[in-house]
Structure formats: C-alpha cells, structure tokens
Ligand binder design. Sequence first.
Ligand code: TPP
Ligand code: MG
Length: 331
Amino acid sequence: MTVAATDNATFNLTTDGPAALEMMSRIREFESRLPGYSEQGLIRGSTHPSVGMEAVAVGVSRALRDSDSVASNHRGHAHCLAKGADAGKTLAEILGRRDGYCGGKGGSMHIGVKELGILGTNGIVGAGIGLATGAALAAQSQGTDNVAVAYFGDGATNQGVLAEAFNLAAIWNLPVVFVCENNHFAQSATLEEMVAQPELRRRGEAYGLPSVDVDGMDVEAVSNVTTEAVLRARAGQGPTFIVADTYRYLGHMAGDTEIYRTAEQVEQWKRRDPIAKLANRLLESGVLDEAELQSIADSAVAAIDAAEAFAKASPFPDVASAFTQVSEDIR
Ligand SMILES: Cc1ncc(C[n+]2csc(CCOP(=O)(O)OP(=O)(O)O)c2C)c(N)n1
Ligand SMILES: [Mg+2]
C-alpha cells in the first residue's frame, strides 16, 4: 500500500485521509516495536525510531511517484515505508535477515530500494542532502520530470554540505525538495544550544530558495506544501526548502536516558499528535465512524504483526555472501 494515490492534487480528506491515517498508524506501530527488539537482542547496533513524526514522511510521500528519489537519514524507516517499502522486508533488513532489502547486510541505516527511488537511509548526518541534490541533477540532465527529496534533521542543518547543496540547487534550478524534520534535538542538544538563529527557514532564504515553515504534526499541511514544491520542481521551477516542526516521542535511540528534556514537554507535544489529529478530523467531518477508525487501527497492528513474523522467520545471511552486493554489483 502506498499513500501516493493522487498525483499533485490538494489533500482531499475524503479520498486521501483514510489511507494517510492507515499509513501513519502502521509506521507508529512499526517504530514503537523497535526498542523492544533492541532489548531482546534482535537488533544489533542502534536504531532511531520516529514515533510522533509520522505526518512528515506520509505527507511528503503523498506528493511523490515511485520514480522520484528520496535520500533519507538515520531516522529513516518511516521515509521508506511511506514511499511504498514493504514493512516485512524493511524490518528484515533492520534485524539483519536475508530477506531484507539489502540482504540483511545493511541494517537500519542502510536501507536502499532502487525500484522505489529510495537512495538509502544513511548514518552520516547530512549526507542525504548531497545525494538528493545529485539525484535531482541527474533527473534534470536526463530530461525527466522526476524530483528528489532530501530528509534531514535540524542537527544536520549545521553540516557544511547544506550550504553547498542549497547554493547549487538554487543556481542550477534543480528539482529537489529539502525537507528538514525539525524535532528540536540532535541527540541531546537542543536546537537553541546548536544555533543562534533557530528560524531554520531563513537559511534557505539566504540562498535564494523558496522556503516555508509547516506544522509537521499535520499531515494535510505537510502534504499540501510538499505538493506545491513538487509541482514547481517538476515544472522546472527549481528547489524548495520545507521546515517541518515536529517532535520525537521516544529517545534518540534505544537506551537513551532522555535527561535533556522533561516528561511534561513530551506530554505537551503528544497533545498535538498527528494520528489523533487526523482521526478526529475524519470523525468530525463524517468521513469515517468510530468502527472504521478502529478497523484502521486494528489493520495497522495486523500488518506489523505479519511484518514481524516475516522478518523473524527470515534466516541470517550466509557468510559466503559477505562480499556480494559490494562494488562489483554496481558496474
Ligand atoms: C557526520 C555525523 N556526525 C555526527 C553523527 C552522530 N549523530 C548521529 S544522529 C545525530 C543527531 C542528528 O540530529 P538531527 O539531524 O536533528 O536528526 P534527529 O536525530 O533529531 O532525527 C548525531 C550527531 C553522525 N552520525 N554523523
Ligand atoms: Mg533533530
């Protein structure tokens, strides 16, 4: 199931709302299970759940086609799932299993799905910004109307590649949409500790990019600003910088003591929950009734139960495969 049902139209609550709710619910269920897998020793190394941030990936992906590229970051499972990645194969990759998208050899921060334009989740903070800009240059050079999206966090805006990519995208009019998920922290550092000018939108403006703030807890709003940006990019009108205001409910990664924030702050953000917000809108506008909402919630749990069963049943990769899918496969 993908959410990109309608191409380039304004978010329609009746036709797009239920699918967006289902996708956000699946992502929530998928991501909420990750800390448990880490505790059980099913995940080696770190994973970074995006619980609370679902509206960004789902809103952005609704504006995209399979042939559009996305470059993701270390907190990237939602970006993949919303772009159409199969939850079972995604989880199998995270658990290091053979049926994962990269044969279980990549893990959480190296999930690439060529046929869906997913250039990869990425453990190097800021790296996806350059990759998406390169994909946009390729799309432009090849004369397609494909676009590229770079997802990155507020912390990544301090990487030098942002300045280079913003400038090149602006002067070359590249079809790229830069999506900053401003969740207000980079690990334990607050945005205010990291930058003297927390209005990140201004960085895009400084390079001549159309730059916009959006409520990242509102899937309709994210979808609409992204659609506008994607339409402009497809029409040869160049890049856009979107800053989505959002929040992660869980720690930076499993085992985070979270001493850098208060429980009250987390609770305050939960009052803006993107899933509850859309569910209420659908209920109040009569698109769905209570029973239909419950059935979407149940089907999200069932889908992730199935993904978990698939991933756990998948074997680990053979030692003999250690040197495949490396450089010789790229030729
Ligand atoms: C180049 C680089 N520097 C530092 C790190 C360590 N690191 C991993 S995640 C992270 C925080 C990133 O914050 P942000 O970009 O806001 O994304 P968020 O984790 O909040 O989603 C850091 C510093 C890294 N992986 N890569
Ligand atoms: Mg952040």
